[in-house]
Design a protein around this ligand. Structure first.
Ligand SMILES: C[S@@+](CC[C@H](N)C(=O)[O-])C[C@H]1O[C@@H](n2cnc3c(N)ncnc32)[C@H](O)[C@@H]1O
Length: 203
C-alpha cells in the first residue's frame, strides 16, 4: 500500500517528522507553500490566487499538540482560532470546504451546506462545511471530494496543509496547482521536499 503523508495529532501509525529543519517558503511550477499563522492575517492575500479553499483545521483535542509542535508559546484558545478561521472564510470569499467536528461548526459562520464525510486517512466520520458553492456531486469521503474538486477547479488553497495529503491528490495534471500554508515550518519543509520529488519524477 502507498505510504500516506498526513500530519495528525492522533496516536495512529503515521509518521510525524520532528527531525527536519523548518522552512519559510518554496515555489515550483506555480505551486506555493509557506509558513503562515492564520491568526495573523499578514499572508491571507496569497489565497486570492486559489479558486477553491479546502482545509482540515485541527480538532479541539489536537489544537495544543499542533501548537507545541509549531513552538507557539502564546495562550491562544480554540475559540480564538475559530474566530480567525471565520474571518479567513469571509475575507478570502471563495468556494470553501472545511472539515469540521461539531464543536468547530458551532463557532463558524453559518455554512451553505454541511455534509457527513469520512476522513480517508483515518477512516473517521465527521463533517464537511461548505460556503459560497452549491455542491452538485455526491460527498462520501475526503479522497473522492478532492477528485471532484479537481474536476471543477484549477487551484486549491489549503491554509492548514500539514504534510500536504490533499494538495498532492489535487494536482493530477499540469493545470492543477496549490497555494498551501501551515503554521509549522516543518510541514512547509515536508511539502517542499514532496513537491521537488514530484516535479523531478514528472519533468
Ligand atoms: C489535522 S492537521 C491537517 C493535516 C493535513 N491535511 C495533512 O495532509 O497533513 C491540522 C494542521 O493545522 C495546522 N495549524 C494549526 N494551527 C494553525 C494556524 N493557526 N495556522 C495555520 N495552520 C495551523 C497544524 O500545524 C496542522 O498541520
Amino acid at each position: 500500500m502507498k505510504k500516506e503523508f498526513y500530519h495528525t495529532a492522533m496516536k495512529i501509525n503515521i509518521d510525524t517528522f520532528d527531525d527536519v529543519m523548518p522552512e519559510e517558503y518554496f515555489e515550483k511550477n506555480k505551486n506555493i507553500v509557506f509558513r503562515y499563522d492564520l491568526m495573523n492575517f499578514d499572508k491571507v492575500h496569497y489565497f486570492q490566487k486559489a479558486d477553491v479553499i479546502y482545509s482540515e483545521p485541527p480538532f479541539p483535542h489536537g489544537f495544543n499538540i499542533f501548537n507545541e509542535r509549531a513552538d507557539i508559546k502564546d495562550q491562544r484558545s480554540y475559540s480564538d482560532f475559530a474566530k480567525s478561521l471565520s474571518l479567513s472564510i469571509q475575507n478570502i470569499n471563495k468556494p470553501t470546504f472545511l472539515i469540521c467536528g461539531k464543536i468547530l461548526l458551532k463557532k463558524l459562520p453559518e455554512a451553505k451546506n454541511v455534509f457527513p464525510i469520512k476522513l480517508s486517512v483515518h477512516k473517521l466520520d465527521t463533517f464537511v462545511a461548505v460556503w459560497n458553492y452549491k455542491v452538485k456531486f455526491k460527498i462520501s469521503d475526503t479522497d473522492s471530494l478532492i477528485k471532484n474538486l479537481a474536476h471543477e477547479f484549477n487551484t486549491i488553497g489549503d491554509f492548514c496543509c500539514g504534510y500536504g495529503n490533499n494538495i498532492f491528490k489535487f494536482i493530477v495534471n499540469d493545470q492543477k496547482k496549490f497555494i498551501a500554508s501551515d503554521i509549522n515550518g516543518k510541514c512547509v519543509a515536508i511539502v517542499k521536499k514532496r513537491l521537488k520529488d514530484y516535479c523531478d519524477q514528472k519533468y
